[in-house]
Design a protein around this ligand. Structure first.
Ligand SMILES: NC(=O)c1ccc[n+]([C@@H]2O[C@H](COP(=O)([O-])OP(=O)(O)OC[C@H]3O[C@@H](n4cnc5c(N)ncnc54)[C@H](OP(=O)(O)O)[C@@H]3O)[C@@H](O)[C@H]2O)c1
Length: 253
């Protein structure tokens, strides 16, 4: 009988992460589900026998280290890591909120780097390390200076890490979703084109991960639209971004 595959997933208490935890457990993964909300994690654990919850703050390096040691003791390895925990805070360009930048980068970027550093020794040849960025970094969306920059950083980090880890047998996968219906986007008060239910997004991600994709981007119609905008001359693209920002309907998650 094939050994059970072990997946560590951060940001598993709500939204995309919660849907992914259930999808991966349905596919036979033992899912080590990480987030801060103990009560939501307990509910998730009760929904599937293959889900085990770990309540911790991923920006706390010492807590992450303890988790890594516990996983090493209990399982000895990880077959799949998905660094999904993230946040979005919009900012005002005329009065940039430095604390918002700190919070966003602490979770969306530094915690991902820290988890990568700590978990890498547990990843054998043939394992996958996936991180969740966003399509948002493909276009200068209004008020998304902190969020978009943190996601651009993740995308660059993942691509560079993949190049540097070539030959180790660890596959780095970059996940760049468009709009997904989650508690994060429910706060948005602007139209979100091609919005997907979290379950549908999780299904797409899990299937692509199983096929060994290096990068997962969806929905395709939003990918094409953003790529088309990137083909425009720089000045025209910036004028368009400015017009969208003035209309206030251009934010992105
Ligand atoms: N929704 C979209 O349209 C969209 C689009 C592109 C990319 N994304 C990305 O997808 C990821 C998931 O987003 P979502 O939409 O599913 O948002 P969400 O529903 O707000 O989920 C965020 C998850 O991260 C966890 N989390 C937040 N801070 C944490 C911390 N310090 N330590 C541990 N866990 C923490 C939250 O749980 P606790 O509060 O319990 O800790 C929650 O489980 C994010 O990286 C987001 O940027 C989302």
């Amino acid at each position: 009988m094939a050994a059970e595959k072990i997946c560590l997933l951060t940001g598993a208490s709500t939204g995309l992460g919660r849907a992914l935890a259930l999808e991966l457990a349905d596919r036979g993964y033992r899912v080590l589900a990480v987030a801060r909300s103990q009560d939501l994690l307990s509910q998730l654990e009760q929904q599937h026998r293959l889900i085990r919850a770990f309540a911790l703050d991923v920006t706390d390096a010492a807590a992450l280290q303890q988790l890594t040691e516990q996983i090493a003791r209990d399982y000895g390895r990880l077959d799949l890591v998905i660094l999904n925990a993230g946040t979005c805070e919009y900012v005002q360009a005329t009065d940039l909120d430095l604390a918002a930048f700190d919070r966003t980068f602490a979770l969306n970027f530094r915690a991902v780097v820290c988890a990568t550093k700590q978990l890498l020794p547990l990843l054998p040849r043939g394992s996958q390390l996936a991180m969740v960025s966003s399509l948002a970094h493909l276009f200068p969306f209004g008020r998304a200076e902190a969020y978009g920059a943190s996601k651009a950083a993740i995308s660059y980090f993942a691509d560079t890490l993949r190049a540097d880890l070539a030959g180790t047998g660890i596959a780095v996968c970059l996940i760049e979703p468009g709009f997904v219906d989650t508690p994060l986007t429910r706060k948005n008060d602007f139209p979100m084109p091609f919005l997907l239910p979290a379950g549908e997004a999780a299904l797409r991600i899990a299937s692509k991960l199983e096929s060994g994709a290096l990068r997962i981007r969806f929905p395709q119609r939003l990918v094409w639209s953003l790529q088309l905008l990137r083909c425009l001359p720089y000045g025209i693209r910036q004028r368009l971004a400015a017009r969208m920002a003035r209309q206030g309907g251009s934010d992105a998650t």
